[in-house]
Design a binder for this molecule. Sequence first.
Ligand SMILES: [Zn+2]
Length: 494
Amino acid sequence: MSKSAKSLIAIAIILVLACILLYPSLSDELSSEEKPDGYTVTFMNDNIEYATVNVDATSPVIGKNMPDAPPVEGNRIFVGWNTKTDGSGSNITLDTQIDRDIIVYAIWTVKGESTDTGFISTSDQSFKIDDKTVEIVLGNLDPIPRLDEVTVVIYDPETGKRCSGSFSGSEYTLSFDNVNVSFQDIDKDGLMDSNEKLIFKADDGLATGIWNVELNYNNYQAGNNQFHFHIFENGIESYTENVRVNFLDVGQADSALIFTSDNKTILIDAGVPLYKKTQYVPILLDQLEKLNVEKIDAMILTHPDYDHIAGAEAVLETYDVLNVYMCKTVGESTTYTKLLNAIDKEGCEKHIGDFSSGDYLNLSTTENFRVLSVDSKNDANSASIVIRMSCESSSFLFTGDAPKKVEKEMLQNYSEELDVDVLKVGHHGSSTSSSEEFLQVVTPHISVISCGKDNRYGHPHEETLERLEIYSDVIIRTDFTGAYNCISSGKIID
Ligand SMILES: [Zn+2]
């Protein structure tokens, strides 16, 4: 007998012995405790098994055992888990009911081309020298601007407000309230050449948050040369949590919950359907509880209509809410008046119309929240706060009930910002929103319509769906799917 055959026999004997020794304990277990009646969900990523979750049949949802999104490489955006490899099956979220063993697949999409000119990405090109200084190395600007024709616009995270100025004198320095900006013209030719530096310095230390900067100059639309850098709280150098956006199931109403990658909880709208408050407020609160909400850092109520605010009073009573953002336009209903009283009682920071379109809200040090419209007109829908949230790997647009005329204004002012990955479709899919011109620019990968089954308005309207089918890859309707969750890597390397 050869040596290898001998060792094979030895291994076989050991295995048989092990089985005999283990058998009593296994059989004990089987007899004393019935094998749990449950299901296995196998998560696959790029054809490799990524995670396995066992789901108990008595509570057949994945819940907190949901695996983290797979790590992002390159230009990919993680869309979610789906029962089919091409994403055409059912989405699997924390609260999908599982009734059999299944295999689900990570669905990825590719990030759109960057529209930035000159600045490829902040993390590649900015350097934190110390707590007081950040240097930005310029890429190639085309055409190369003269320093004296550039307007520097900054949004200090402390205020989120726009301040602008131009370089004067040969020193190329510029002072704002909390920061000085200077330009290092290495070859002294008065031009902003590539590899030259823009330096931000604050004697008291740069405020934590996201510093958004624009360079505007002749022939360039405002915002064409945008970049940002993050100043994190002391001792924290990067955040690795995923950004999670949960479009809640609130019937014919709106509510979306965001967990940022620095662990801030943000609720955009807290609506319930008209005449169904007693039924839907518990449904809304139940979803927040299941998502393990502990406190709400900011509640943004896009406009004063019932289907966007009627659950807010209950949210204030249940959770510690730190900030509330609302438009100036007032509501006529008693629901609105009661909400204002509840906000006062909560004692949270009130931001009622104290921000304008273009401002950034200082809600997170990792994700950018920019207001693209607010109080455009006095009617409630046109007053909607429209928010763009951007993470490192993807972007979201929350439109409230903004109608086509507001979309048109945003196209004029923020065309660069409107091209997002995920769109919360305006006004529950009504044909009064989502114009063709708007969708042509937004080209959302995923469009989410928040609406109720058989609602009295016939939302979403057929013509909106037809337009979305042309410009969006995936259309999600909460009346069909219930709550819908998106996960996006928010990883930033400081
Ligand atoms: Zn609405």
